[in-house]
Design a protein around this ligand. Structure first.
Ligand code: HDE
Length: 720
């Protein structure tokens, strides 16, 4: 079970250091005159300059040319991966100093509020693709510390598909739309992806995560974050401990159903972006606790997996996650492009007290991020873009280049120098100069994979075995869907063979839906990623019999389920709705922290049975049940009669049932239940039919907190 958060000292949240830092670059046109980019007042922004009333446009028109030219150059290349994202500002506050582990100042002073900028993303889709694609989510955090920027560029899953950076371009080429026809968009359900995966046994653990509900978050606010790689903490004595970073959402970890995800993708591709924006806008600031798993340097080899292998996690049962601080997102961006699009994260942005390991995936990333920013942001000065600037001064001898903003004074742009008093001066380690950990290296130069990376299945099994029944079924369904979309039968077969390495039951359930038999064993030697001169026998996966068979922390069934804060609840009502039935329940839900919307057959006001006007927030045409966590139908004769005969309202309820959501119905509205397809199942968990609105409210709140009633899927009654 997730631990209760440790209460931090309450101080007013402010991101002032970064807000001040952004201010000089912020433009507000309120009460300002319109000018060209060069400051000349514009008299007519409606018409181009022409030779006569009906004449040709003149080349002389510098105002038109400037406007069109700027427009022509508005787009920059999208990120090659993680193109679709949403960002927000916030603060990080430490709970307790950890000097024995790290000298990083922001992890040693509980008084400091470190400003942060966070960008969440999907991986495979283009900038305009849907938020609800089945995909990994990026969780990138830029800490603007007093010792420079620290970027924790993580994901919502703790492991990765591959072990070596060498394979990253192959992985991304395989998952992106296929090169001949640019299909499918933002989806892994196609031949090239599964072809690659079927040939890469090391991807098996990550595939379990990617096919699980973790790939369909209910909200960015309700997902975990992981640094994935093992990092190092360095204390002021120069001692190193290994560390894995975690973000634990205080709202718990929750997902939507696959059918729901596909629906949302059509109805609101911005679903996660909107959810994040609206939560922050309405003061429901998303919060995560910052967790660390620490492994002493001396214990590096005590596990049955290699700490440097990014396809492995450290089970929380073996090394508990210590929660050391809290991240709060409290401010939306002023300008999406300037901030979210131009922000440049890099695994290599670390501060003294944090260092890298030899994880071969991480090592490759250390090269990739600056390289990609150079082309994406157009040159070497992207660190001067306001969102990327640290909140501390920057001085060095880097000079010039496209779009240089800084006007460096003086003659010296080299070191050592006498013309500038040898400034800027190097910084002693004791004063905060970065010193790399003096790891001892004594090795031959080789191009190879460590044998300690060859167990590809035990943690895939651990993950699968740790899932609840419903979660396992969802993995089966996801694999049936994804492999069902694969056209090449041999790829499907190879994947079924692979799944037998995880669980025979899983393999046979997936195989059944594909009309395939489960092979007795792998058809061919399993590892195809072998160098030209390699001997296949040397590259076969090894079997490790891990002592730990189940890890509770890996199942979302064990997440926080004790509140309904920020949940979105729909009330279906029409004219004549019972005043008490609608208002008392609405009040109770709101008092518990939920957001409630009245949905009526049309927009405008509805009148209660006491003739009081209630504004409809939405109409049945503008929304759908997939936008809400739960639905309530109040009493009131006329309203009930309208809702019971309104096809969109009944569809709304049927869909909420299908997606296993909490449904509450005033006993007076039995006619509405009778019109649904779940009338016969109305006694199930999560369906409350009650005449006493106080009781109804209490039961409904408890039910919504459960998030979903996956039992409804049993016996495949509903295809969620
Ligand atoms: Fe990234 N990754 N990545 N990645 N990654 C990028 O950088 C790369 C990996 C992650 O919101 C790119 O600025 C390589 C793991 C996030 O702006 C690029 C390898 C993890 C984001 C790049 C990896 C990540 C990126 C594309 C394997 C989780 C979005 C645009 C060696 C720990 C950051 C850009 C944002 C973005 C390269 C693997 C997370 C091309 C070569 C593992 C969250 O540089």
């Amino acid at each position: 079970m997730a631990k209760k958060p440790i209460a931090p000292k309450t101080t007013a949240l402010n991101n002032s250091a970064k807000i001040e830092n952004l201010k000089p670059h912020t433009a507000d046109a309120t009460n300002q005159k319109m000018t060209t980019d060069h400051g000349v007042g514009i008299n007519d922004d409606q018409n181009s300059l022409k030779a006569g009333d009906r004449g040709a446009t003149l080349l002389e028109d510098f105002i038109l040319r400037e406007k069109i030219t700027h427009f022509d150059h508005e787009r920059i290349p999208e990120r090659v991966v993680h193109a679709r994202g949403s960002g927000a500002h916030g603060v990080f506050k430490l709970y307790k100093p950890i000097p024995e582990l790290t000298k990083a100042q922001f992890l040693n002073d509980t008084e400091i509020e470190t400003p942060v900028f966070v960008r969440f993303s999907t991986v495979a889709g283009s900038r305009g693709s849907t938020d609800l694609a089945r995909d990994v989510r990026g969780f990138a955090v830029k800490f603007y510390t007093q010792e420079g920027n620290f970027d924790l560029v993580g994901n919502n899953m703790p492991v990765f598909f591959i072990q070596d950076a060498m394979k990253f371009p192959d992985l991304v080429h395989a998952v992106k739309p296929e090169p001949d026809n640019e299909m499918p968009q933002a989806a892994s359900a196609h031949d090239t992806f599964w072809d690659f995966i079927s040939l890469m046994p090391e991807s098996t653990h990550m595939i379990m995560w990617a096919m699980s509900d973790r790939a369909l978050p209910r909200s960015y606010r309700m997902m975990e974050g992981f640094g994935v790689h093992t990092f190092r903490f360095i204390n002021d004595k120069g001692e190193s401990n290994f560390v894995k970073f975690h973000w634990k959402p205080l709202l718990g970890v929750h997902s939507v159903a696959w059918d729901e995800a596909q629906n949302i993708s059509g109805k609101d591709p911005d679903f996660h972006r909107r959810d994040l924006w609206e939560a922050i806008q309405s003061g429901n600031f998303p919060e995560w606790e910052f967790g660390v798993q620490i492994v002493a340097a001396a214990d590096e080899h005590k596990f049955d997996f290699d700490l440097l292998d990014p396809t492995k996690l450290i089970p929380e049962e073996l090394v508990p996650v210590q929660r050391i601080g809290k991240l709060t997102l409290n401010r939306n961006t002023d300008n999406f492009f300037a901030e979210t699009e131009q922000v440049a994260f890099h695994v290599g942005h670390v501060v003294p007290g944090i260092d890298f390991t030899n994880d071969p995936l991480m090592q490759g990333r250390l090269f990739s991020y600056t390289d990609t920013q150079l082309i994406r942001l157009g040159g070497p000065n992207f660190h001067e873009i306001p969102i990327n600037r640290p909140v501390v001064p920057v001085h060095n001898n880097q000079r010039d280049g496209f779009m240089r903003q800084t006007i460096n004074v003086g003659k010296a742009s080299y070191n050592p120098n006498t013309t500038g008093n040898n400034d800027p001066a190097q910084v002693k380690a004791a004063d905060g100069g970065f010193v790399s950990h003096n790891e001892r290296i004594d090795a031959r130069k080789i191009r190879a994979r460590s044998k300690s990376f060859f167990d590809h299945f035990s943690q895939a099994r651990l993950f699968y075995n740790s899932q609840s029944e419903a979660e396992k079924n969802h993995i089966v369904d996801a694999l049936r869907f994804e492999l069902g979309k694969v056209k090449t039968i041999a790829i499907r077969e190879k994947m079924i063979g692979r799944l037998t390495q995880v669980d025979n039951g899983l393999a046979s359930k997936v195989a059944a839906a594909l009309g395939l038999a489960v092979p007795k064993q792998e058809l061919e030697p399993i590892n195809h990623s072998i160098p030209a001169d390699g001997n296949p026998a040397d590259y076969q996966p090894i079997e490790v019999d891990s002592k730990l068979k189940v890890s509770e922390a890996l199942s979302m069934a064990n997440t926080i389920k004790d509140n309904i804060k920020t949940r979105k609840i729909a009330i279906l009502a029409a004219d004549g709705v019972n005043d008490k039935s609608v208002n008392d329940v609405k009040k109770a839900l709101m008092a518990a922290g939920a957001t409630v919307e009245i949905i009526a057959p049309k927009l405008g006001n509805i009148l209660t049975d006491k003739n009081a006007a209630i504004a409809a927030d939405e109409s049945l045409l503008t929304v759908a049940s997939v936008f809400y966590d739960a639905v309530y139908v109040p009493g009131g004769k006329k309203s009930v009669a309208t809702i019971a005969t309104e096809p969109d309202a009944i569809h709304f309820l049927n869909e909420a049932f299908k997606h296993c959501k909490a449904i509450a119905i005033d006993a007076d509205a039995q006619a509405v239940v009778d019109a649904t397809y779940f009338a016969a199942a109305a006694k199930e968990d999560g369906i409350i039919i009650e005449g006493d609105v106080k009781k109804l409210g209490d039961q409904f709140i408890k039910a919504i907190a459960q998030h979903r009633f996956w039992d409804r899927e049993k016996a495949r009654k509903v295809p969620a």
